[in-house]
Design a protein around this ligand. Sequence first.
Ligand code: SAH
Length: 275
Amino acid sequence: MIAGYRFAVLIPFAAILSPLRGYRNLMNTLPDIKIVLVNTSHPGNIGATARAMKNMGVSRLALVNPMEFPSGVAVGRAASALDVLEQAEVVETLGEAIEDCALVIGSSARSRSLPWPMLTPEQSAEKLVMEGQSAQVALVFGREDSGLNNEELHLCHFHVQIPASREYSSLNLAAAVMVLCYEIRRAVLRDGEGADKAEYEYWDQERATVGQMEHFYEHLERVLVEIDFHDPENPRQLMQRIRRLFGRVRIDAMEMNILRGILTNIEHKIQDPQD
Ligand code: SAH
């Protein structure tokens, strides 16, 4: 009884409403896609990004710790996309920018040491457009000189790589934004033709957001340390692998609450085995 109660209190009120929100998947609303630029050095790239976004019908921009913003150079390069710049959200960390997102795709020109689920530009656009109809979703771009670091890449569910020439595969930041936003545009235009696809994607619960998943990872890590499964002094990529696993599975908010409930009961049993 007590265990059931502990589980029940973890289920937020929003979960009761979510089947209704899931139903929105069946309607063709415009996807809510956030373009996130991390630590951009050149304000010209921010302006050119705003222009590329507006050309392709994407309007929500988030800037993580930009080197120079606001900037006249950005305004000049944005041309008639000033509204995108003016409404841009400026935050300190990538975590803050994507906290409310249920799907995050990171773009990278290079393959990394721990392989992550990869999408083609076309597949990433399909996913963003489909899931962006019922949840906030994000596409993340890195720094001009060094891209996204491993920690930032591990906050993403998927990675996308533009299959550029092997001789020189790293695009200019705003050019990469243009290519991936063009794919988003094509997916939006295609979407008008295939309503049955949306039905195929229907799910009764909303997916867990990045913010909810971060709390879960913290909780899981704490319990793994308590039961001596995990040694933070010798982590052996355990938490990165767990992130990759859950990123692949894409659990919903209800499933996440079940796991949180299990972890809470494990903690209670450790503290008081007779309970
Ligand atoms: N020198 C950096 C590349 C930075 S380019 C590196 O090696 O990682 C700036 C950003 O544009 C990248 O972080 C990425 O988000 C995007 N980008 C550039 N080329 C890309 C490609 N071929 N595929 C996907 N994203 C790319």
